[in-house]
Design a binder for this molecule. Sequence first.
Ligand SMILES: *[C@@H]1O[C@H](CO)[C@@H](O)[C@H](O)[C@H]1NC(C)=O
Ligand SMILES: *[C@@H]1O[C@H](CO)[C@@H](O)[C@H](O)[C@H]1NC(C)=O
Ligand SMILES: *[C@@H]1O[C@H](CO)[C@@H](O)[C@H](O)[C@H]1NC(C)=O
Length: 625
Amino acid sequence: MSMLLAHQIFIIFLQIQLFNCLPQGAPVSTCDSLMPIHGGGIPALRTSPLFQIVLQSDVIGQTQPLLIEINSGIADLAMKGFIIQARTLNGQQIGSFTSYPDEFAKTIDCGNGIANTVTHANTKPKRSIGLAWKAPDNFIGDIIFNSTIAQDYDKFWVGVMSSPVRVVREIQTVQNTISTTRSPLQPTYIFTNSGIKNNSEPQDEIYRDCGFSKTCFGVPNDCIKTKSCSSFIAVKVEGDKYVFEMRSQSKAAYIATGLSTDDKMGDDSVVECVNESGSIKAYTSWTTVGGGKFDSSRNGIAQNIVNLREGKLENGMIYCQVERPRLTTINSQVFDLSKNEYYLLIASGSELKPFGVGYHDITRAASSSALNLAEVSLIAAKSKILLQVHMYLMALAWIGTTSIGIILARYFKTTWKGSSMCGKDLWFAWHQLLMTLTLVLSTAAFIIIFVELRGWSTANNPHAILGTITMCLCFIQAFIGFTRPSPGSRNRKLFNWVHWFCGNAAHIFAIVTIFASATLEKAELPSNLVDLLLVIYVAIHVIIHILLSLFGCMSERKEAQKVTSFQMTEMNQSRMLATMKQDSPYSAFRKTILGIYILVIIAVVATLLTLITIAPTKDIEFSLV
Ligand SMILES: *[C@@H]1O[C@H](CO)[C@@H](O)[C@H](O)[C@H]1NC(C)=O
Ligand SMILES: *[C@@H]1O[C@H](CO)[C@@H](O)[C@H](O)[C@H]1NC(C)=O
Ligand SMILES: *[C@@H]1O[C@H](CO)[C@@H](O)[C@H](O)[C@H]1NC(C)=O
């Protein structure tokens, strides 16, 4: 009887004293220290706890409850008491518990919170306790569960912590997903990601936790998976702070991250990590567009926005961690990284200039979509393939096929006489083939650029207007070409004139359009090299025109002499026909010139295609002297 009474008293004592944290005036000490107020001051065990806090997931959407369980790995080992609460990394209680087994547990309010702590309701042995916790509205960041777990009155562990949990705006299904269902609790949803959690190559820690607790973006594409990025940035949320981690390749003088509302440069907030004589500095800058020129400058931008946490040269590569507040106003534009979506731009270059960084000659890439940085994801760079295809096709069409097609139609009507293709004169068959190719290639390129830009170009450059005029002329020209009147027809003269005019106008517009594209920021071409190439092309085109015209005149004069001699000798019909079938004079010369011209065209087009492929390239310094 006395034993029973003693036990009863012990339990009452335990209930009052153990975790004496009551709603009305819970001792701050217990809420914060998690120390049970045990009579006699029994110390906490210093052994590793026999109980653990198991999380459903280490990343959770803001509106989703997180399921957690306190249990023991050992069968039949039960706890009698516990107290648990979620804390931010600076130790503040946070969130509230939305579900708990009320025959064993109850919530209490610590600090200013409500139901932010759960403790036992009685000392019955409990093998496991399942709870659901929810973050407060608008909270984004990392939290941790902290607890004290008592196996018995005198056997308890203080400060038993869970692994950190990242609260994000929304769990996002990211690209290239591998679904991972987390045990041991049955999740209410499936969290999918393509994170790289286990880094089997310990020498490169930077990729660790990509897709799990940090958003990673690297160049070239897919380099995060293969851990081979030449330029790399990662963003990690720590409450109200966003930590940008960057690493450049070894020859870079800077690496920078831009936050942009579109995927282009201009009006973006940039955080730069710069190698200044071997020491790493962080700056904020702003990108501007003016008169087709893009620039990035620190002028007028407060330099107290970001805070360099770590900066070093690592095997010659710049490595830095920069802290940026969630909310900033720069150039009267509000950047709220948890609310709004931004494109991430990555830029890196080999040169610095006073109060800024130089051209991004090493890396320039934009994320394929805008994203909320509070959500963890792996980002793919925006593909430049459509833009490149547009440039390839246009260069092929207007410098390649058109040039040769025009020269053929203008100067080779009296060459290759007698040979034909599909019943047409050879020059005509080739002209038709080349011009149809121009039409097909440029129409495809025209459609592709609208698909890529999802509308009209916003660039401050006449390229788009000139290009559209060229395409209109090209369609009109094709229509005229296909409605060619027969040689004898009255309209033939008019046709010849309109066809000549339209064709040449389209060609000239096209070349001017290509000139304009050299300075388009999006094209990323070395404008001076492209300009030089186009000037060479135009010069050669004109020279060839002059040469062939000259030979044409000479050949006509010779022809005229022949006709006169025919009349004088009164040759018979059949011999005259045979002569008509012969090429006009100087054909061999003209064919040689055509051959040279075609080689030049191939060289120019090949160089252009190469420049397009290796873009972006800085303007190459060259002199013609
Ligand atoms: C968890 O609680 C223990 C004991 O009060 C304390 O030492 C530790 O710092 C706490 N951890 C966090 C993250 O608040
Ligand atoms: C990570 O992977 C390596 C090899 O693939 C393995 O030996 C190691 O145990 C793994 N580590 C963890 C924490 O899973
Ligand atoms: C950093 O700057 C120092 C001094 O200007 C230079 O010697 C070093 O090569 C630079 N490192 C890189 C990676 O640019």
